[in-house]
Ligand binder design. Structure first.
Ligand code: ZN
Ligand code: ZN
Length: 135
């Protein structure tokens, strides 16, 4: 718990037991939707509402501590902010995983081709994960 408390303080986020619980869940599960987080947090704080979980996530997103992963055809997932990375999503079980892919070249090329100023670099690839493929 101390580890998470320090992390929040370093990001200048007010430490509350609910926020600590959210960070702990995200650290353990990597990517979670609001509903998944809510179900997990409710076990520790039975009186917490979905709106409160949502508010806490938004507050931590504003501080750049948590980031949203937009997944096609699924509800957004949330993760602790780390270095830029891409995602693969299993269309069978819905699992979201990180892939360490360098998007610099792709972004550069996209900017050249479209003449857009690219602001958000996010790449989500969908497919079938190894365990779904095996079963
Ligand atoms: Zn799968
Ligand atoms: Zn991720």
């Amino acid at each position: 718990m101390q580890k998470y408390e320090n992390l929040l303080r370093e990001s200048k986020i007010k430490v509350t037991p609910q926020r600590l619980a959210i960070v702990e869940e995200l650290d353990g599960h990597v990517h979670m939707s609001i509903e998944e987080l809510y179900e997990a947090i409710k076990k520790k704080f039975p009186s917490i509402s979905l709106a409160t979980v949502y508010k806490n996530i938004n507050a931590m997103m504003e501080q750049g501590f948590i980031q949203e992963v937009k997944v096609p055809g699924q509800k957004s997932k949330y993760e602790l902010t780390k270095k830029p990375h891409s995602h693969v999503v299993c269309e069978s079980c819905g699992k979201v995983e990180d892939i360490d892919l360098d998007l610099e070249k792709v972004t550069h090329r996209a900017a050249n081709l479209s003449h857009y100023e690219i602001k958000e670099k996010a790449l989500v690839l969908t497919g079938i994960c190894p365990s779904c493929k095996a079963s």
